[in-house]
Design a protein. Structure first.
Lengths: 238, 184
């Protein structure tokens, strides 16, 4: 579960202060899949940074599974990211001189996990993203969509409770983007990892169960997306 | 394309894909698969259209096979010609109408009802997001059925792009109304 309680984040001070997040509160239950949408500069990415402990709120509390991220020491916040939160960005950030499998295993190696367990969990993560057949390939031999799948496997290899995805389709064409979204939806359903997705594309945002729209750092609109049509749904085609 | 005409030919098309005829129940299942969320159909509507197609001589009811009492629908030669003519004639639907209900509301709401107008836009945005969600579920369901859904996926692409354009417009309207009238 992720909880934001009256969270504000101000960058700078005095006349040049920017209120990136302005008294934002929400409760995102474990296993949920939410999208965060809104205009550029509305504070979407800052929300993910706050949850991952990459930045501290100016005021308010950020709770991840009951622990207040804001009061964590840098070492505790780093452990949170290493063991409980998977992060996927627009840039794939794969190391070019390592194979796909070695890239996926990197977070575990850095965390001192023994090799036999690393191998086992890498195999499992590659299977989850359906990239086992590419385990020995280097990133330069993979398409953009495949590289992003490897990056997602690297995020999942730690068996996180939460997957934070910041414009994961931003560098991909529509087909590649859709495949990544299908994958994210699939891992949310199958391994019940909580997903928070930031995107500017409504088509991809709509893969989620709930969409929150952020404007000027405030929660502007909260949209639940049911799986069955209701009477007041518009028809897209005549 | 008027909805009535569209569904008329859509059902005729589905019947035509069954050269040996198709039972009403199987027809409904095929409609769901091929037409999916484009047309939500219940049995009543399907049978009304089928009766109409039969009255016009475009389909006929025949026995499923010798000795069977089960009746199936099958396209007639006239029906096939009618479908061919329809398929090859230019579509009659125009571009997206500019005179949507929301456009009229915007024209006459006035600036003193800005908060209410913005809520209407939010309502519309919500409806479009739900539509996109349903389209994505539809696409996922198609993945699981063992039929070629290439063309249906093209139709879903088109619907998604249309809804995305509407949402982009709603965001622009929201932003510009805010800038102009709310002093933001």
């Amino acid at each position: 579960m992720i909880q934001l309680r009256h969270v504000s984040k101000v960058f700078g001070s005095g006349d040049t202060a920017v209120h990136a997040i302005d008294d934002l509160s929400f409760v995102c239950p474990q296993g949920a899949f939410w999208s965060i949408v809104g205009p550029s500069g509305s504070g979407k990415s800052t929300i993910l940074h706050l949850i991952a402990g990459l930045t501290s709120p100016t005021s308010g509390r950020v709770l991840v599974g009951g622990d207040d991220v804001a009061t964590m020491s840098p070492a505790e916040a780093a452990a949170l990211r290493r063991r409980r939160i998977g992060y996927v960005l627009q840039a794939f950030n794969l190391l070019p001189f390592l194979t796909a499998a070695e890239n996926v295993g990197m977070p575990l190696v850095l965390d001192g996990v023994r090799q036999s367990e690393v191998d086992e969990r890498v195999r499992e993560a590659l299977e989850t993203v359906k990239m086992s057949h590419r385990a020995g390939h280097h990133p330069s031999h993979l398409s953009g969509g495949e590289q992003q799948r490897i990056a997602i496997a690297r995020a999942l290899v730690i068996r996180p409770a939460i997957l934070l995805a910041d414009e994961p389709t931003g560098n991909l064409d529509r087909a590649g983007g859709r495949a990544v979204m299908e994958l994210i939806r699939d891992v949310n359903e199958r391994i019940r990892v909580t997903v928070l997705l930031v995107t500017h594309d409504p088509v991809f945002a709509a893969y989620a169960d709930r969409v929150i729209r952020i404007v000027d750092g405030r929660l502007q609109q909260d949209m639940a997306l049911p799986d069955e049509p209701s009477d007041d749904d518009v028809s897209a085609l005549g | 394309m008027r909805n009535g005409r569209g569904i008329h030919y859509a059902l005729l098309g589905v019947v035509s894909q069954n050269p040996d005829g198709v039972h009403g129940y199987a027809l409904k299942r095929q409609c769901e698969r091929v037409l999916g969320h484009f047309w939500q159909l219940n049995f009543g509507e399907i049978y009304r259209v089928l009766d109409r197609l039969a009255d016009d001589g475009l389909i006929e009811q025949v026995l499923a096979d010798a000795g069977s009492t089960r009746k199936v629908y099958r396209i007639t030669d006239k029906g096939r010609r009618s479908l061919d003519t329809f398929i090859l004639s230019p579509p009659t639907d125009g571009p997206r109408p500019l005179r949507t209900e929301l456009a009229v509301k915007l024209l006459f709401a006035g600036t003193d009802r800005l908060p209410e107008v913005l809520r209407l836009i939010d309502h519309q945005r919500n409806a479009y997001m739900r539509q996109l969600h349903l389209l994505s579920s539809q696409r996922r369901k198609l993945e699981r059925v063992p039929v070629d859904s290439f063309v249906t996926n093209l139709l879903i692409d088109g619907a998604e792009l249309a809804v995305r354009a509407e949402l982009t417009w709603l965001d622009e309207v929201t932003q510009k109304l805010g800038e102009r009238f709310a002093g933001g």
